[in-house]
Design a protein around this ligand. Structure first.
Ligand code: SF4
Length: 333
């Protein structure tokens, strides 16, 4: 069990609660409601500890379809819970905080994407649209393929005909990285993740100097100058596989959301993990911007409350049907 250091505050009553009592309540409600908890690697470690499934977006999307329970609690962000609902429409999908969004998904509104696609077609471009899973369902419904950092390279190499251009949305950094590893030219949407965007190259260089033998792990959502300094570039599952493949204790500098250190420690506790800090604030202090504020909206109390009250719930929307086709084709076949 992870060490629980933070007090829990019920937002409605502002009463401090004992985390262990909240966990007991969650366990009881889970049974009563026939529920299963899915937690992304970027939520707090104490939620990952009580989850039935943990993982990255790809693994959790697949886990959601495998779970036999009638209710899914998705401790993550909105687009993830939406994808779970789209892939398992018969299940009730609860998101502990409806405001848990994603700056990357927000950077690509569906109306803007539709207008840009029309503009490219009018200019004579013959393209397919490949979207990172960090997009709204409305955007997914406008796309040909959905990828995650775990399957993007393989999917593009195997499924996208060589004679087609690729419009890649919404992450410009992941897109640039994919251009390099696949050798395909892409039209890039200018979006980025607020967490990975702020990794400071100066901090990384300084950390490397202090730990000259350290191995740098970077998520492909990081800007190019950070990726260029990394020894291993990959999504969260690739990072886990890599650290567990080394038995010799090693120091890692980790350039992704800081909570990722929790599953790395769990799978390979013999290593030391140092989070790469974000850009220094004017005061000279390092900010905590390598924590995703959207993922941080998930708390044990909110997991308990969504089970207790049956909301917030992701409700089926008409455009989910088209998004369902592309998600199933991309992630489940
Ligand atoms: S870490 Fe970035 S991409 Fe992931 S949910 Fe947060 S804002 Fe979105």
């Amino acid at each position: 069990m992870a060490e629980l250091t933070l007090p829990i505050v019920d937002a409605t009553t502002e009463v401090y609660e004992d985390p262990l009592e909240v966990i007991e309540e969650i366990e009881r409600l889970k049974k009563e409601q026939d529920a299963v908890i899915l937690a992304h690697f970027y939520v707090d470690g104490d939620i990952q500890e009580i989850a039935d499934y943990t993982g990255d977006s790809l693994k959790l999307a697949r886990d959601a379809t495998q779970a036999t329970n009638s209710t899914i609690v998705f401790a993550g962000v909105h687009f993830m819970a939406e994808s779970a609902k789209i892939l398992s429409p018969e299940k009730r999908v609860l998101l502990p905080d409806l405001l848990a969004g994603c700056s990357l998904a927000d950077s690509c509104p569906p109306q803007k994407l539709a207008a840009y696609q029309a503009e490219l077609r009018a200019q004579g471009h013959d393209f397919v649209t490949v979207a990172y899973i960090n997009t709204s369902a409305a955007v997914k419904s406008l796309c040909d393929w959905i990828v995650t950092s775990g399957n993007a390279r393989e999917l593009i190499e195997q499924k996208v005909p060589k004679d087609k251009e690729i419009l890649f949305v919404p992450d410009q950094h992941l897109g640039r990285y994919l251009m390099e590893v696949t050798g395909r030219e892409m039209i890039l949407w200018p979006g980025s993740c607020m967490v990975h965007e702020v990794f400071s190259i100066q901090d990384l260089v300084r950390a490397k100097k202090r730990n000259p033998k350290a191995v740098v792990l970077a998520h492909p959502e990081c800007p190019q100058n950070v990726v260029e300094l990394a020894d291993v570039v990959g999504g969260t599952e690739k990072m886990r596989r890599y650290v567990s493949s080394l038995s010799e204790p090693t120091t890692f500098l980790v350039a992704t959301e800081a909570n990722m250190i929790h599953p790395l420690k769990a799978i390979a506790p013999q290593h030391e993990y140092i989070p790469v800090p974000g850009i220094m604030a004017d005061t000279g202090e390092t900010c905590a911007c390598n924590r995703c504020p959207h993922m941080a909206r998930n708390t044990l109390a909110k997991v308990r409350d969504c089970l207790k009250f049956g909301r917030p719930e992701i409700v089926w929307q008409p455009y989910f049907e088209q998004a369902q086709d592309v998600l199933r084709r991309s992630l489940l076949s």
